[in-house]
Ligand binder design. Structure first.
Ligand SMILES: [Fe+2]
Ligand SMILES: [Fe+2]
Ligand SMILES: [Fe+2]
Length: 288
């Protein structure tokens, strides 16, 4: 393992953020594992894309939190995030254009940046929240309406596949959808602030999740992988369309979009992803 999580050294005392930082360690380690291979360009692109998606999601989560709880260093923190995502983007473009690329220096940069950022910048906002006795919640409610209990929905709809990694990610998706839904029931001024942040979370988190899920399926030889990829693309396209309209100045999030996102996710898990669970179970029976 290249970078190992150490509670004493790396925890900032906010469990949801700590978990996200841990995921950054996991993806960085996956990239490091490629060093043992002779040909790693293609794999590196795949993992870097995942790192890019996850980092964007993580930064949007942090920025939402800093904004919500009025952290004074908000915009500086946001700018620091931007330099990092730009660097990953440039690297990705470089590899695609087959510019000379070597993994080792990139890994050094990633580890140094991530560790320093957590230990210097992120601890600052954590200290601020602690001093101000603020109880933080990454999935804070954007509206003051009563929210439905995500975990309750989770049980009722029987969304679990009993595949731990995928289940946790689906749960996270449901949380973000809940926040998206909250946007409908809030003031215009709050919507204006949080809509870009939450859509960014949804967009990048679903990219990260789909990449993880497709890799899981490919490894296990799931015959319906192509259908999954197509289906995932539809979802991403829909969010992109919305983001485009938003850029043009149409900031309303219509009921149809919200309904589409919610329905798509629940249906997709219950029908398409469930087929994968059934496939894995039947495969086990054959083996045993
Ligand atoms: Fe940060
Ligand atoms: Fe899924
Ligand atoms: Fe899926």
């Amino acid at each position: 393992m290249f970078i190992e999580w150490n509670k004493e050294r790396h925890s900032i005392g906010i469990p949801t953020i700590d978990n996200q930082h841990r995921e950054l360690f996991v993806i960085t380690n996956q990239l490091h594992d490629l060093l043992d291979k002779d040909q790693y360009q293609e794999e590196a692109i795949k993992i870097l894309k995942r790192l890019y998606a996850y980092t964007n999601y993580h930064f949007a989560s942090e920025e939402g939190l800093l904004r919500e709880y009025s952290y004074p260093g908000f915009s500086d923190h946001q700018n620091i995030h931007k330099t990092f995502t730009n660097k990953i983007k440039e690297t990705l473009e470089g590899i695609r254009q087959k510019r000379n690329f070597s993994l080792a220096p990139l890994l050094d940069f990633l580890v140094e940046w991530i560790l320093k950022h957590i230990q210097v910048e992120d601890v600052k906002y954590a200290a601020f929240f602690k001093e101000s006795s603020i109880e933080t919640d990454v999935n804070f409610s954007v509206s003051d309406q009563k929210r439905y209990d995500v975990l309750d929905q989770w049980e009722k709809q029987k969304l679990h596949l009993e595949i731990v990694g995928i289940d946790n990610q689906h749960k996270e998706l449901i949380y973000i959808l809940q926040q998206t839904n909250d946007l409908q029931h809030t003031s215009d001024s709050r919507r204006k602030i949080y809509l870009p942040i939450i859509i960014k979370k949804l967009f990048y988190y679903s990219q990260f999740h789909f990449s993880y899920e497709e890799e899981h399926m490919a490894k296990n030889g799931f015959p319906l992988l192509k259908e999954q990829q197509e289906s995932h693309k539809t979802f991403i396209r829909e969010i992109l369309n919305f983001a485009e309209e938003y850029k043009k100045g149409i900031i309303s999030l219509t009921d149809e979009i919200i309904l589409f996102l919610k329905d798509w996710t629940i249906n997709h898990i219950l029908t398409e992803d469930k087929k994968y669970k059934v496939f894995l179970e039947s495969d086990k029976e054959i083996q045993s």
